[in-house]
Design a protein around this ligand. Structure first.
Ligand SMILES: [Zn+2]
Length: 478
C-alpha cells in the first residue's frame, strides 16, 4: 500500500527533492479550478430517513448517520462517471504508545487480508473486486488519521461500500497474516533507514517533541514493529474502528439520496463504539532552550534541518506561515533559493509545515553543495529568517506567491481522488471546512502577518536543529 507519513499538503519529506517549489513551476492551467464544486446549496441535497443534515460549505454536504454517529461528506462532480469513496479513521500514530508504535500502520496492512464476508477464499476480497470492476484503490497512514479509498465507475459504488463497511467491524486478524506483513513493514522501515533525509527528519522530530506522541515515527520503532502481539492489534482495532470515529467522503458522479442509502444499508447496523474514543490529554511541555541532533551515516551529501514548533493545523496563523514558507522556498525567485542555491552553498533548500491536529512542526532545510560546511549553511538559513523578522516581506513577494498558490492549489484539487485526498488531510487536522476556506485565508494574508508570525514562532530557544553528516560506509556505526 501507499504510505504517506505526515500532511502531504505541506510536508518536509520533500526534503531530498529539489524543493516543493519545483512543483509550482509545473502548475496547471487555472481552468482546473472549475472542477471544484461550483454551487453551495443552502440546504441538504437529499433527505434520507436516519440521517441528520449538519451543514453545507463550498458545495460539500455533511450528514451524520443517527444510529451510530458516522459522518458522511458528499461532493458532487458530474464531469466524469467516476466516484472516489474514502473512509478516514481518526486514528494515527498519535494514538500509539511505546510498545505499540507502528500499530496503526500494521493494522492498515492487515485491513487488506480479508474480512468475514469479503475475502480471497470467497473470491470477493477488496483486491479481487477492484481487479474485476477496474479502478484504483489504496490506503495510507499518518500521524492523525488512516484512510482507505477507491476510485471506481459509479456503477460499482455499492459493491465497494459493502466491502469497506465489512472490514470496519468484521476484519480477520490472524497471527499468520501479522507475521507475513511484519516482514513487509520491516522492509519499509529499512528503506526509510537507508534514506539519510528521512532519518534526519525522524531524529529532529523525536527531539522536538518529548511528550506528545508525534515523537514516535509513524512507521514505528523497529522492535515494536517486530514484536507487537496480535492481541494488541485486536485491541487497537476494537478501540478505534467504529463508525463514530470515521468520516466517509464520497466525491464524484453521485446522487445524494442513493449514496446515503448505500451507506446506511451497509454501515447502519453497526452500533456506536461501546466505549468513548480515547482522548489524548498529553500536552507538550515548554521548550527551554535550543536542541541539536547529529546523524552520521553513509551518504553523499550533508543536510541541515531547522525545526520550530508552530500551532495546530487549524490555527489562524497557518495561512501566514504558508505564505512565509512560499516566500522562502517557492520558485527560483524564492529567498532561500537565491541565498543558498544561487550562491553555490546548497543544491536544494526549502521550508514547510507539517499540519497536525496538535502542535505542528515547521522546518527549513538545505542540502549542502559539495564543499559547503554545515555551519555556513545553517547560518545562511537563519539569516534569511532573521531578515523576515527584522525587515519583513514586500507586497510584490506576497502577490507573487499568492498567484503561485492558486495554481498549485488547483492542481491539488484536480479529479475526484485528489479532492478526496485533500479533504482527508483537513479531516485529520480536525476541520474539513478548511478545505473550502483555507485558500481565501491565504489570499487575505498581509506582509505584516508574515513578519508577525516569523517573530512569534522562530526564536532560537524554540528551535531543534539537525545535521546529517555523511560518512564513508566503513565508518557506519562507529
Ligand atoms: Zn505500509
Amino acid at each position: 500500500m501507499n504510505h504517506r507519513f505526515g500532511s502531504p499538503s505541506r510536508r518536509v519529506a520533500a526534503l531530498a527533492s529539489a524543493v516543493a517549489s519545483l512543483a509550482l513551476g509545473a502548475a496547471p492551467s487555472l481552468l482546473l479550478a472549475a472542477t471544484a464544486p461550483a454551487t453551495t446549496p443552502a440546504g441538504p441535497a437529499a433527505t434520507v430517513a436516519g440521517y441528520t443534515f449538519v451543514k453545507s460549505v463550498g458545495g460539500i454536504q455533511e450528514y451524520t448517520l443517527d444510529s451510530n454517529g458516522l459522518t458522511v461528506l458528499l461532493v458532487a462532480d458530474h464531469s466524469a462517471p467516476v466516484v472516489t469513496f474514502q473512509v478516514t479513521y481518526r486514528v494515527g500514530s498519535r494514538n500509539e504508545v511505546t510498545g505499540t508504535t507502528g500499530a496503526t500502520h500494521i493494522l492498515e496492512h492487515l485491513m487488506f487480508k480479508g474480512s468475514e464476508n469479503f475475502n480471497d477464499p470467497k473470491g470477493n476480497s477488496v483486491k479481487q473486486f477492484l481487479e474485476k470492476v477496474g479502478g484504483q484503490f489504496n490506503a495510507s497512514t499518518a500521524v492523525d488519521r488512516t484512510n482507505y479509498f477507491a476510485t471506481i465507475g459509479r456503477e460499482s459504488l455499492e459493491g465497494y461500500v459493502a466491502i469497506e463497511a465489512d472490514r470496519m467491524r468484521h476484519l480477520w486478524l490472524h497471527e499468520a497474516d501479522r507475521q507475513s506483513e511484519m516482514t513487509v513493514v520491516r522492509n519499509e522501515y529499512e528503506r526509510g533507514k537507508n534514506d539519510p533525509d528521512s532519518v534526519l527528519v525522524e531524529e529532529v522530530t523525536a527531539a522536538a517533541y518529548v511528550a506528545l506522541p508525534y515523537h514516535h515515527p509513524t512507521i514505528g520503532w523497529r522492535s515494536d514493529i517486530e514484536h507487537v502481539p496480535i492481541a494488541k492489534l485486536h485491541e487497537f482495532y476494537d478501540t478505534f474502528y467504529w463508525p463514530n470515529n470515521a468520516t466517509i467522503t464520497v466525491v464524484g458522479d453521485i446522487d445524494a439520496a442513493t449514496t446515503l442509502g448505500f451507506i446506511k444499508k451497509y454501515y447502519g447496523s453497526y452500533p456506536h463504539s461501546p466505549q468513548p474514543i480515547p482522548v489524548i490529554y498529553t500536552e507538550e511541555p515548554e521548550q527551554t532552550g535550543a536542541r541539536r541532533v547529529v546523524v552520521k551515516k553513509p551518504g553523499e551529501l550533508g543536510t541541515v534541518l531547522i525545526a520550530h514548533k508552530v500551532p495546530n493545523g487549524r490555527d489562524a496563523d497557518q495561512p501566514a506561515l504558508e505564505m512565509l514558507d512560499a516566500i522562502l522556498s517557492s520558485g527560483k525567485n524564492a529567498r532561500l533559493y537565491r541565498a543558498l542555491v544561487d550562491k553555490g552553498m546548497a543544491l536544494a533548500a526549502g521550508a514547510g509545515t507539517d499540519l497536525h491536529r496538535d502542535l505542528s512542526l515547521h522546518s527549513m532545510y538545505a542540502t549542502l553543495a559539495p564543499g559547503a560546511s554545515h555551519e555556513d549553511v545553517e547560518a545562511a538559513l537563519l539569516a534569511e529568517l532573521e531578515k523576515i523578522k527584522t525587515k519583513g516581506v514586500t507586497p510584490a513577494e506576497i502577490t507573487r506567491v499568492k498567484q503561485q498558490y492558486i495554481a498549485a492549489d488547483a492542481y491539488k484539487r484536480d479529479g475526484t481522488a485528489a479532492v478526496a485526498s485533500e479533504i482527508n488531510e483537513w479531516i485529520a487536522v480536525g476541520d474539513w471546512t478548511l478545505y473550502v476556506t483555507f485558500p481565501q485565508k491565504v489570499q487575505d494574508v498581509t506582509p505584516a502577518d508574515v513578519q508577525r508570525v516569523a517573530r512569534q514562532y522562530f526564536s532560537e530557544d524554540q528551535s531543534t536543529t539537525g545535521w546529517f553528516v555523511p560518512v564513508p560506509a566503513a565508518e557506519k556505526g562507529k
